[in-house]
Ligand binder design. Structure first.
Ligand SMILES: [Zn+2]
Length: 407
C-alpha cells in the first residue's frame, strides 16, 4: 500500500499515517441493488493508524455526500435497551437537573431525546442533517435543526440558545471526518463544568475478536484511549466509561469540561502494537473463513446469511465469500427482494431457510437479538439446521474464529 499523501488525521491533523489494511475497492454497503446486474460504484477501503494520536481511520473512502444522500437507518429501528441506562447515569450526576439544557448532535429521528423527555428533561435541542430522520424527529415534537454541526453553526446556536449543560453524541463521531470541528463546537457550546457524553463502537473489540466487518460509514475507529484524547483536546476530562453491547461492542463515556484536561499521547505505542497484530492477522483470517465455508459447500451444504446488514456485507466483500453463500435472509420487508452490493447475493424473507433447504445459517444480526432469531426458527433447527454467527462479540462465532492474543 502506498503512503497516504492527501489525508491528514481526522483527530490531530497529523500526516504520519501507518497503513494497516487495504481491503480493496468496494461498493457502499447499504446501496442495495434492485437487480443483480445493476452497477455499483466502488470506493477504496484503506485503514491507517495515526502515529501521532493513535486514531485508526479510513482514508480516501466514499465522499459523505454520496454516503448520506438517502439515509435509511432510522435509529428507532434498532433495539437499544441501553438507552435508559445511559439516561439513568446522566441523571445521577452532580449538577444535573430536569432543567439542564441538553444538545444532541446527530440526533437522528429524536429517539434518545424523546426518551430523555419521557424522563422529565425539558430543554432539549437536536441537530440532524438527514432529512427523513429530521422530519421524524420534528414529528415526535423534538426541537431539531436540520444541519451538519460545524463550528459556524455552533456559533449560531450559541447566539440563539446560549451554552448547554449536557452535550450528547451517540453512534455519531465514528462517522465524522472533521473531528477537529466537533472539538471546536464543544468548546463553543458546552458551559464550563458542563458534561459531554459520547457513545461510539469500541475498536478494542474489533482488535480482540477479531472483527473485520469495518463499514465505510465509520471513518474513525475509537478506543477508550483515543476517545479520552479527543475529549482532552476539547478541555473535557473523562470520568466515566463503560462498555455496552450494541452493534458489536460500544463504549459509552462521560466527561466534564473542567478546562484542566491534560492531553497526553503516552498510550500510542501500546495501541500501535495492538493495531498491527490485528492488521497482520487479516490475511490468515480471510483464508480460514474462506476454507471453512468452502469445505461446507464441498460437503453439499446450503449456506444462508441471516441479516442484510452493513457489517456482514463488508466482511463478505472484503474476504470474497459471496461464492460460498446461497442466499441472504432478512426480516425487514424494505430489504427483501434486493441484491447485496458487491457479492450480488439475493436478499429474501427468512422463510427461504425452509423453502431453499438451507443447512447452515450464519447469523449477522446484533449479538443481543440472536436468541430471538433462533427461537423464531426453532422448527428449522429441529429439522437439522445449524446456526453460527459471523458478527463478534457473539458467543456463537464459527469454530474457525480465534481471538487475537494480547489485544
Ligand atoms: Zn492523529
Amino acid at each position: 500500500m502506498q503512503k497516504q499523501s492527501r489525508h491528514s488525521c481526522n483527530l490531530c491533523g497529523g500526516t504520519d499515517l501507518l497503513p494497516l489494511i487495504d481491503f480493496g475497492n468496494h461498493p457502499v454497503a447499504k446501496h442495495y441493488l434492485a437487480a443483480p446486474t445493476d452497477d455499483a460504484p466502488t470506493w477504496p477501503m484503506r485503514v491507517v493508524f495515526c502515529e501521532s494520536c493513535g486514531l485508526t481511520q479510513l482514508v480516501d473512502s466514499c465522499p459523505a455526500e454520496i454516503l448520506y444522500k438517502n439515509y435509511v437507518t432510522l435509529s428507532s429501528w434498532k433495539y437499544q435497551p441501553h438507552v435508559q441506562h445511559e439516561i439513568d447515569v446522566i441523571k445521577s450526576l452532580p449538577g444535573v437537573t430536569l432543567d439542564s439544557k441538553v444538545l444532541e448532535i446527530g440526533s437522528n429521528d429524536g429517539m434518545f431525546l424523546h426518551q430523555m423527555s419521557a424522563n422529565g428533561f425539558k430543554n432539549m435541542l437536536g441537530v440532524e442533517p438527514a432529512k427523513d430522520a429530521y422530519d421524524k424527529s420534528v414529528e415526535q415534537g423534538i426541537d431539531t435543526l436540520q444541519a451538519f454541526l460545524t463550528p459556524e453553526l455552533a456559533s449560531t446556536i450559541r447566539q440563539k440558545h446560549g451554552q448547554f449543560d449536557i452535550f450528547i453524541s451517540r453512534q455519531n463521531l465514528e462517522h465524522i471526518g472533521g473531528l477537529r470541528g466537533v472539538i471546536q463546537s464543544i468548546e463553543t457550546l458546552v458551559k464550563p463544568d458542563g458534561l459531554v457524553m459520547i457513545e461510539v463502537p469500541d475498536f478494542a473489540c474489533n482488535m480482540r475478536s477479531p472483527d473485520y466487518g469495518l463499514w465505510e460509514e465509520h471513518v474513525n475507529y475509537f478506543t477508550v484511549e483515543t476517545l479520552r484524547h479527543f475529549m482532552a483536546l476539547a478541555g473535557v476530562e473523562l470520568f466515566h466509561q463503560e462498555n455496552i453491547l450494541f452493534s458489536g461492542d460500544s463504549i459509552f463515556v462521560i466527561g466534564r469540561k473542567t478546562g484542566k484536561a491534560q492531553a497526553s499521547t503516552d498510550y500510542v505505542a501500546a495501541l500501535r502494537k495492538r493495531n498491527l497484530a490485528y492488521a497482520q492477522h487479516w490475511p490468515e483470517f480471510a483464508k480460514n473463513i474462506t476454507e471453512y465455508l468452502a469445505a461446507l459447500k464441498k460437503a453439499g451444504k446450503k449456506i444462508a446469511v441471516y441479516g442484510a446488514g452493513n457489517r456482514v456485507f463488508c466482511l463478505v466483500n472484503f474476504a470474497n465469500l459471496a461464492g460460498h453463500i446461497d442466499v441472504i435472509v432478512d426480516d425487514q420487508v424494505e430489504k427483501q427482494n434486493t441484491f447485496m452490493p458487491g457479492g450480488r447475493i439475493p436478499v429474501v424473507a427468512s422463510d427461504a431457510l425452509y423453502s431453499q433447504h438451507i443447512d447452515v445459517c450464519l447469523l449477522a444480526v446484533n449479538a443481543e437479538i440472536e436468541d430471538k432469531v433462533i427461537a423464531k426458527h426453532d422448527k428449522w433447527v429441529q429439522g437439522g439446521g445449524t446456526f453460527w454467527s459471523v458478527l463478534p462479540p457473539s458467543g456463537r462465532l464459527l469454530p474457525m474464529w480465534q481471538p487475537i492474543g494480547n489485544a
